[in-house]
Design a binder for this molecule. Structure first.
Ligand code: ATP
Ligand code: MG
Length: 246
């Protein structure tokens, strides 16, 4: 298993007490699998994604990425493991406005202390993958929203992370542009064997997944196995969700 979670609890302090955003979540994801996490607002999806990707630590429980228990590493080790093993895509693109497109894509390498020129071939290949070869010198504010998300996706895939984690990556995009992003994510999974964990409340996006986890009140309440399909047709998933009363 490329990703495992055991009995994750996330407790946030609130006033005099605390709130449990996650109440015991366990899961495992196989290499090359595409998982979607669905659930209503406040159910704990982003909290779960952040713990799975090592952006935050569980109050209880463990996360294993590629066999490494990241919950037991110190901050420095955890950061290094996260940079090496995971790539993140967010709803609000999170690009660096002072860097051009190529530099944004190369950010994981720049952070590691390398120069862009050392990784030029890889960056060019990534820009080609997301169809932005002709925009390498543009700044983020000179791009459309869909183009900005394609840059963010290229950056997330730059160092071939074991796992790509995406939190509502199409939440700020129109349907057609969102579909382009989902097609790219799916291609990276199906053709390149990239493992994907996608958080979404959109059944059309979740329909790209092999398996859909339904989160409610900080626990995984249901699981829907869709299997690998090429059509990404949402109706079967919507029918299964309706049968569960969702
Ligand atoms: N830093 C925090 N401090 C206190 N409570 C928090 C914090 N972050 C999240 N929560 C609470 O934890 C619960 C789960 O939040 P989370 O962001 O994971 O939900 P979500 O499923 O991603 O929702 P959405 O679909 O709106 O993004 C919510 O009740 C939220 O208010
Ligand atoms: Mg969220």
């Amino acid at each position: 298993m490329i990703l495992e979670a055991h009995d994750l609890v996330k407790r946030y302090p609130l006033g005099d007490g605390s709130v449990d955003a996650l109440r015991g979540v366990s899961l495992s994801v196989a290499k090359g699998e595409f998982i979607a996490i669905m659930g209503s607002s406040g159910s704990g999806k982003s909290t779960m994604l952040h713990l799975l990707g090592g952006l935050d630590r569980p109050s209880e429980g463990n996360v294993l990425i590629d066999g490494v228990n990241i919950s037991q590493l110190n901050d420095e080790e955890a950061t290094l493991t996260r940079r090496e093993k995971t790539g993140f895509v967010f709803q609000f693109f999170n690009l660096i406005s002072l860097l051009n497109v190529a530099e944004n894509v190369a950010l994981p390498f720049l952070i590691a202390g390398d120069s862009l020129s050392t990784h030029r071939e890889r960056v060019d290949a990534l820009l080609d993958l997301v169809g932005l070869s002709d925009k390498a010198k543009h700044r983020p504010d000179q791009l459309s929203a869909g183009e900005q998300q394609r840059v963010a996706l290229a950056r997330a895939l730059a160092n071939e992370p074991a796992i790509l984690l995406a939190d509502e990556p199409t939440g700020n995009l129109d349907f057609v542009t969102g579909t382009e992003i989902l097609d790219l994510i799916w291609d990276s999974c199906d053709r390149l064997g990239q493992t994907i964990v996608l958080v979404t409340h959109d059944a059309r996006a979740a329909a790209y997944a092999d398996r859909v986890l339904i989160v409610r009140d900080g626990t995984i309440r249901d699981e829907i196995e869709l299997g690998r399909r090429r059509d990404h047709e949402a109706r079967p998933l919507i029918t299964r969700l309706a049968a569960l009363g969702l």
